[in-house]
Design a protein around this ligand. Structure first.
Ligand SMILES: NC(=O)c1ccc[n+]([C@@H]2O[C@H](COP(=O)([O-])OP(=O)(O)OC[C@H]3O[C@@H](n4cnc5c(N)ncnc54)[C@H](OP(=O)(O)O)[C@@H]3O)[C@@H](O)[C@H]2O)c1
Length: 379
């Protein structure tokens, strides 16, 4: 009996002692308040310091954003400009360009607009020259301009693939050649907005995926030979973003149905990222000279799985393609401003965030609706 009671009593005593110690160590809720306040103050100070550092690094810098007249490009121009950089933006549409420049100037940003078609090599090179001349140099070039055609492969022509390549591969190629010397001098940054579509080709975006894959190689190839040049090369790989882009895209086959699935995917919060957040991340990555930035968890996951099991992602894309609208007996083609008219209520509700972004980011308006706006952030 004694053999068991002594160790049992010792163990019970040890347990009681350790319980008392644990209770004493456990802080009372009131004691946590100063720590929480200190943590919050430290967090706010760190972010204020980071903001000041960004402003210090960007104030007075010269930034060219191609396709900065609407969507992500316009949001990027605002972000760079908000830290004191002077920005040049370009696009094909004169009215949209003027609205974008006026909106930037209204925010106190020194902005210059250049009307151009980047698919023309001479115009692509001239954009760089004009931007450098008007801004007094060139510190950052962001290759952002892009075009989007959505529809089954059977409705895409060779000209569609050539157009996509001209804007998203050859345009950045000529911009890179024209800007490299200036960026070497300024020890600047060359940033390219590619796409997850350049890593794993989604269905109904054939020309886009071809051009984006070439654009990824363009950016990675430049980075591979940039060591010692002083130029920092950043490859940005966004997943879906809420830039309001469906309105400026072209839809073929069954345009309304194509618009519907694309607008829903690009508008869902879990699948897509707000243009505000994307722009903030891209500007910070540029300033820090990061080589690679993958936006959205879905894009990160897609790239990881594709790297490990490309056959699996290819099969998943084929399944997604099978679920998308087929080619109708009489295929049509329409701009997003028309294809997005008269959508069913559920599609309108699911794409509402993206539509709102379109209104704030100078995207083309639908026939009969108010002109695009320039203010506000996405909630
Ligand atoms: N939105 C997304 O979900 C998403 C996802 C992945 C990657 N991205 C990429 O991110 C970039 C920005 O996307 P976004 O959604 O903001 O696109 P967006 O709204 O369609 O804007 C494209 C911009 O490029 C300009 N542009 C088009 N063709 C041009 C040309 N030939 N010459 C000069 N400018 C031209 C457009 O202006 P004009 O029409 O006036 O010429 C516009 O300013 C693109 O490269 C896109 O591929 C977007």
């Amino acid at each position: 009996m004694i053999r068991w009671t002594v160790p049992a009593a010792l163990a019970a005593g040890r347990w009681a002692l350790s319980r008392r110690r644990r209770r004493r160590e456990r802080a009372r809720p009131g004691e946590l308040v100063p720590w929480a306040v200190a943590g919050a103050v430290a967090g706010v100070s760190a972010s204020a310091l980071a903001e000041r550092r960004l402003a210090g690094l960007l104030r007075g810098r010269a930034v060219l954003v191609t396709g900065g007249t609407r969507g992500l490009g316009l949001r990027l121009a605002r972000e760079f400009g908000s830290y004191g950089a002077a920005v040049a933006v370009c696009g094909r549409d004169r009215g949209r360009l003027d609205r974008a420049v006026a909106g930037l100037a209204g925010r106190g940003i020194r902005a210059h607009g250049i009307q151009c078609d980047l698919s023309d090599p001479e115009q692509a090179e001239a954009v760089v020259e004009e931007a450098a001349e008007r801004l007094g140099g060139l510190d950052v070039v962001v290759n952002n301009a892009g075009i989007l055609r959505v529809g089954p492969r059977e409705t895409m022509t060779t000209a569609d693939v050539e157009d996509a390549m001209a804007v998203m591969f050859w345009g950045p190629y000529h911009v890179a050649r024209a800007a490299w010397g200036r960026l070497r001098e300024s020890r600047g940054s060359f940033v390219t907005i590619t796409s997850i579509g350049g890593h794993l080709a989604p269905p109904h975006l054939w020309p886009y995926a071809c051009a984006k894959a070439a654009q990824v190689a363009l950016s990675e190839g430049l980075a591979a030979e940039s060591q010692g040049s002083g130029v920092r090369v950043t490859t940005v790989v966004p997943g879906l973003m809420r830039t309001g882009s469906p309105r400026g895209a072209v839809f073929s086959g069954a345009p309304e149905r194509e618009y519907g699935w694309f607008a829903v995917c690009a508008g869902l919060p879990l699948l897509s990222m707000s243009a505000d957040r994307a722009a903030r991340r891209i500007v910070r990555a540029t300033v820090r000279g990061r080589g690679y930035v993958v936006l959205t968890p879905a894009a990160r996951l897609g790239m990881a799985v594709h790297g490990l099991a490309p056959g699996l992602t290819q099969r998943a894309m084929a399944l997604a393609g099978w679920l998308l609208p087929g080619v109708p007996p009489e295929p049509e083609q329409r701009p997003g401003t028309e294809a997005g008219q008269g959508l069913p209520g559920v599609v309108r509700a699911l794409s509402a965030l993206n539509e709102g972004a379109g209104r704030r980011l100078n995207q083309p308006s639908r026939a009969g609706s108010a002109p695009p706006g320039d203010g506000g952030r996405e909630p």
